[in-house]
Design a protein around this ligand. Structure first.
Ligand code: KMH
Ligand code: ZN
Length: 272
């Protein structure tokens, strides 16, 4: 069985002060994504930054990054509708109008570190419905067991289409802790016909990424989730993190799926 590797080159929080190799401009992000593609990543999970380096929903900046990536490779583009903490969901939801092949859907409000991540259910339902209309595949970000149940209710209400695609996020203060026990629990509760990957934030990134792959899940790698390659050593860009995830998967007998194969696994239309 192949493994779908997602690269998450830049998240909503860390800055170049935290890791000077963080890609920030559309050009830098496109370079990082193209390199990750060549190393085996099939999906690119994107947050964009404005000129002030803060998370942005500016459609021109996002479109520019999408175009630059599409010129370079056929990697599947997944826009984050999480964007950045403090950006209202009404504004974040507009990103799906750019019609990426995939976009994240965060289904519950929660404490996120010291901030509030606001995802009111009526707005989530509206966004899920709009994604269904546009054919944008949701990456369902679940940070706790109840978030999974909300997703299953959205599916029962006809707002999500099978096969569901989950990111089990572990290690956000306010969500489930990054422990093997929590991953086992989540993996046991995800419907068997769904696809899933682990997003392990921080120190446990390597251990839980390996465990997710061993359990049959997919994997995500990049500076959004881990700024270090090993204890006290900053990653020199996204490439070493992606290379390591691809090697982990291969070591477990799971070669990295290419973008075309990933589209099949996720039941997305082929790109011609
Ligand atoms: N950094 C993730 C844990 C999303 O992209 O939709 C949270 C996030 C969600 O940024
Ligand atoms: Zn993200």
């Amino acid at each position: 069985m192949t493994a779908v590797i997602t690269v998450a080159p830049t998240g909503p929080i860390a800055s170049r002060a935290d890791n000077p190799t963080l890609p920030v401009t559309p050009e830098e992000i496109a370079d990082a994504v193209a390199e990750a593609h060549d190393l085996g990543a099939a999906v690119a999970h994107l947050h964009l930054r404005g000129p002030d380096e803060r998370p942005t929903t500016d459609p021109d900046i996002i479109r520019r990054a999408m175009d630059l990536i599409a010129e370079r490779c056929d990697i599947l583009i997944q826009l984050s509708t999480g964007v950045g903490l403090g950006v209202p969901l009404s504004e974040r939801a507009r990103l799906v109008e750019l019609r990426p092949e995939m976009a994240t859907l965060n289904v519950c409000s929660m404490t996120f570190g010291r901030a509030e991540f606001s995802n009111p259910l009526p707005d989530v339902e509206r966004l899920a419905g709009r994604m269904l209309e546009l054919g944008v595949k949701p990456e369902l970000e679940i940070y706790d067991t109840g978030h999974l149940d909300v997703c299953l209710r959205l599916r029962d209400a006809g707002l999500l289409a099978d096969p569901l695609q989950f990111s089990v996020v572990l290690g956000v203060p306010g969500g489930m802790a990054a422990t093997p026990e929590n991953l086992l629990l989540m993996a046991s509760r995800i419907p068997s016909d769904a696809n899933w990957q682990v997003i392990a934030i921080g120190k446990a990134n390597l251990q839980l990424t390996a465990m997710g792959l061993a359990l049959g899940g997919n994997a995500r790698a990049g500076l959004e989730d881990a700024l270090h390659i090993s204890k006290g050593v900053l990653a020199d860009g996204n490439a070493p993190l992606v290379r390591r995830a691809v090697q982990l998967a291969e070591g477990l007998g799971r070669p990295a799926a290419g973008p075309a194969q990933a589209r099949e696994i996720l039941a997305l239309p082929a790109v011609v």
